[in-house]
Design a protein around this ligand. Structure first.
Ligand code: NAP
Length: 163
């Protein structure tokens, strides 16, 4: 499995159930990286999507403890074990963890690649990911040039697990 996330200078990723910034270049990159694939998210991240609806053109797997969860276009899983089992039904390079903090932090070390958009700004946040630079098994294998929107600078990084 792999993950894709946008994080600020302090590795903040969200506040009050929403993203920290809306950068159209990042949303485009997210779409490119996930279209046609399997996206895996926590129930709160599903609620944060437009209309609380799953992402079109992708297989949507949603983690929830609610046994009655039944949402059109979503495949529910009810534990991390069930999530891993379900993900193992797909080729590993097709599975993208798309948040939120609970899933990123529980599954980061099981990911092959981490697609991280680094936003060079400090936001007020209440959701964070672990700092991947503190995990020795991950190395940056690619980074984009610096981008800028609304005076906010950001850059795409790809980390790969080496062992
Ligand atoms: N910057 C980014 O790239 C990015 C991407 C995605 C999300 N985010 C942000 O992340 C924040 C949300 O993160 P979050 O951690 O609060 O929520 P989350 O991971 O999206 O969802 C948490 C929910 O997942 C379910 N869950 C988690 N662990 C479970 C387990 N072991 N078994 C069963 N169900 C489990 C629970 O759903 P139930 O309550 O239904 O049981 C829980 O409330 C938001 O601010 C969002 O905007 C940022």
């Amino acid at each position: 499995m792999n993950m894709i996330v946008a994080a600020d200078t302090n590795w903040g990723i969200g506040k009050d159930g929403q993203l920290l910034a809306h950068l159209s270049g990042d949303l485009k990159y997210f779409k490119e990286k996930t279209l046609g694939k399997v996206v895996v998210m926590g129930r709160k991240t599903l609620e944060s999507l437009p209309g609380g609806k799953p992402l079109s053109g992708r297989t949507n797997i949603v983690l929830t403890s609610d046994p009655d969860f039944d949402r059109e276009g979503c495949i529910p899983v009810h534990s991390m074990e069930e999530l891993r089992e379900k993900c193992s039904e797909y080729p590993h390079d097709q599975v993208m963890i798309i948040g939120g903090a609970t899933l990123y932090n529980a599954l980061m070390e099981e990911c092959e690649s981490l697609f991280i958009t680094r936003i060079y700004k400090e936001f007020s946040a209440d959701a964070y990911i672990k700092n991947p630079d503190m995990l020795p098994q991950y190395k940056v294998v690619w980074k984009s040039e610096m981008k800028e929107e609304h005076g906010i600078q950001y850059r795409f990084f790809e980390y790969k697990r080496e062992r």
